[in-house]
Design a protein around this ligand. Structure first.
Ligand code: ADP
Length: 168
């Protein structure tokens, strides 16, 4: 599996699946979550509301992942995951690892060949970018994927991209 580190807006990536750093409500938020909902269109929120009604009445737990179509995005699927929130005392690195690992495993089970990740938990959720980058790269390398051939880390700033390059 190839790992690429890219600077840019994840919503524009032409990959099979993009990963959303969502929150447990699945009903949208700021940062990359807001950007993905804006670009995917209102159908994405409807799909997330449906998931809440059917499968996640109490919200998506931290470290878990769930897929929806990507609607107006170039990607086929959005994989929604919830990273741990450092500011809320969620400081177990296994939860962060799980967000990356479960997202990749889910994309693989859908048959995706390419997956793009943002820096989950490194924004509003306040984790140290170096810990996020190290955890992300290790989690992806440990996954035994069948269909995924390319993982992209899509970072919004050059500084964040440099941190990921140092960890890769
Ligand atoms: P979290 O709440 O998990 O910390 P955030 O969305 O606040 O998630 O931030 C995660 C990372 O995503 C941050 O580094 C932020 O700068 C970045 N980000 C925000 N918008 C985009 C985007 N459109 N594409 C890629 N990365 C983005």
């Amino acid at each position: 599996m190839r790992i690429d580190i890219v600077t840019g807006d994840i919503t524009t990536r032409r990959v099979d699946a993009i990963v959303n750093a969502a929150n447990s409500s699945l009903l949208g938020g700021g940062g990359v979550d807001g950007a993905i909902h804006l670009a995917a269109g209102p159908e994405l929120l409807e799909a997330c509301q449906e998931l809440r009604r059917k499968d996640y009445r109490d919200g998506l737990p931290v470290g878990h992942a769930v897929a929806t179509p990507a609607f107006r995005l170039p990607a086929r699927w959005v994989i929604h995951t919830v990273g741990p929130n450092w500011h809320a005392g969620q400081r177990d690195p296994d939860l962060l690892r799980s967000a990356f690992f479960e997202s990749l495993t889910l994309a693989d089970s859908l048959g995706a060949t390419s997956v793009a990740f943002p820096a989950i938990s490194a924004g509003i959720y306040g984790w140290d970018p170096r810990v996020v980058a190290r955890t992300a790269v290790d989690a992806v390398r440990e996954a035994d994927t069948q269909t995924v051939e390319l993982v992209e880390f899509v970072l919004f700033s050059e500084d964040m991209a440099d941190v990921f390059v140092a960890a890769a």
